[in-house]
Design a protein around this ligand. Structure first.
Ligand code: IMP
Length: 420
């Protein structure tokens, strides 16, 4: 019963979509367990670039997909994404948990307004306010959403409340209950055929020995508990979220793979110990097209941070890493890797939220590598990669205690080097 969690080991945007798509070939189904349309997973396949936000990346290879209860579900974003995929010839086989919480326009208005008061640099997709409603027991779940009388009742309680809250923040948002009901009741008719109890299905698949991939969104350092709080997203993006966000118990998770870039990026506010300023950062940003898939914002760039990966490996339990975007660093004479931090308490080998703001990175400088060379559709071997890159991989393995089982050297499926 392989239950495999794919988790972002850094601040998100590591390339989880590519790896989920790659591994989907040998999987039976793929489930998203947290986050919402704040995610931006890119898959390059069939000579096309697909941008996914809510729909699991396994949809591209035609696998069975699920949206678990841990996701906050934006109906408008879902329908838009579904229609775009259909135009591209993909018709996802997808089921949505009735226990998901639904994102409404008032959540997005609250997100926008709260950002003016206290800047986290959110995607303004309503994620934080929707999770706030879930935890404070004001949320509207999918099972209420697809039933008109329950939706009407729940909106009659929530719209007034949200308008009051928004007014107190100085927002001019003022929707009528009828208008909100009309808009979302129409959307619910389109969504309702996808809503099914999925917990039994997922557990049965694992019991039968099938392979289920749990597709994480965002990254470990954005996890609401383990990340750089308060500069985090509002969900449990670490591996533990895979259980609470789907109804699959921990003993059915057999493996976790951490996804990390050969460098590091972050979008939004918050501490970033290895951040690079100036030309080198800009060069990496341009070469790596480091602009948010969801918001288009330029991503902040930093060097690979081994103490961060040690921490991430500990809280997620991964001992295996897919190292992404190694091609982006091609042609650089020297590359830095953070090996430890200097803090007021001395040298520290592992990231901690407590020292994230003040920790000073200590770097080891290594030689870079030249071009990786095309693969012309053929499978590339690790031995054919430039020596500088192979040495870089060995150094990261030594520093993190994790095996790098995949090295990604480009966006397409073919540019994936799997180590035997
Ligand atoms: P929220 O998830 O929209 O509330 O944003 C909270 C923080 O998480 C902000 O710093 C966002 O930039 C960041 N964030 C949210 N989703 C992603 C993602 O998919 N990739 C990278 N950063 C993200």
């Amino acid at each position: 019963m392989p239950g495999i969690v794919i988790v972002g080991a850094q601040f998100g945007d590591e390339g989880k979509g590519k790896i989920v798509d790659y591994l989907s070939e040998n999987a039976d189904s793929i489930v998203r367990y947290q986050g919402g349309a704040n995610a931006g997973h890119t898959v390059v396949a069939n000579n096309k670039k697909y941008k996914l936000h809510l729909i699991p990346s396994g949809a591209i290879s035609g696998k069975k997909c699920y949206i678990g209860n841990g996701v906050v579900f934006d109906p408008e974003a879902f329908i838009e994404e579904l229609e775009t995929l259909k135009k591209d010839g993909i018709n996802p086989n997808i089921m949505i948990s009735p226990l998901c919480h639904v994102i409404f326009d008032f959540h997005k208005a609250l997100d926008e307004t709260e950002e003016k008061e206290r800047k986290v640099g959110t995607t303004k997709k309503g994620i934080g306010p929707a999770y706030t409603d879930k935890i404070s027991r004001h949320g509207i779940r999918m099972c209420d959403f697809v039933d008109d009388s329950r939706l009407r009742k729940r909106l009659s309680e929530e719209v007034r409340r949200k308008c009051k809250m928004l007014k107190s923040y100085g927002s001019d948002y003022n929707a009528s209950e009828d208008a909100v009901f009309k808009k979302y009741s129409e959307l619910s008719k389109k969504i309702s055929p996808f809503v099914h109890h999925i917990i039994g299905d997922l557990n049965a698949q694992l019991d039968e020995g099938k392979t289920v991939i749990f597709e994480g969104a965002q990254g470990s350092l954005l996890d609401v508990d383990f990340g750089t709080y308060p500069y985090v997203t509002s969900s449990s993006s670490c591996a533990g979220g895979a259980c609470t966000g789907t109804g699959v118990p921990p003993m059915k998770i057999t493996k976790c793979i951490g996804i990390a870039k050969a460098y590091c990026t972050r979008v939004g506010e918050g501490p970033f110990p290895t951040e690079i300023s100036g030309n080198v950062g800009e060069m990496i940003r341009e070469r790596g097209s480091e602009y948010g898939t969801t918001t288009g914002r330029p991503r902040r760039i930093g060097w690979f941070d081994a103490p961060m990966i040690r921490y991430s490996s500990m809280v997620n339990g991964f001992r295996e890493i897919a190292l992404m975007k190694a091609d982006v660093l091609c042609g650089m004479k020297k590359i830095k890797v953070c090996i430890q931090y200097e803090t007021s308490e001395g040298a520290v080998k592992r990231f901690s939220s407590a020292t994230a703001e003040t920790a000073k990175p200590v770097y080891q400088e290594v030689d870079g590598w030249e071009e990786i060379g095309g693969c012309n559709g053929a499978e590339k071997s690790f031995e054919s990669l430039p020596k500088g890159l192979r040495d870089y991989v060995s150094l990261i393995e030594k520093l993190t205690g994790c095996k790098i089982s995949i090295v990604s050297v480009g966006a397409s499926r073919e540019e994936t080097v799997v180590r035997k």
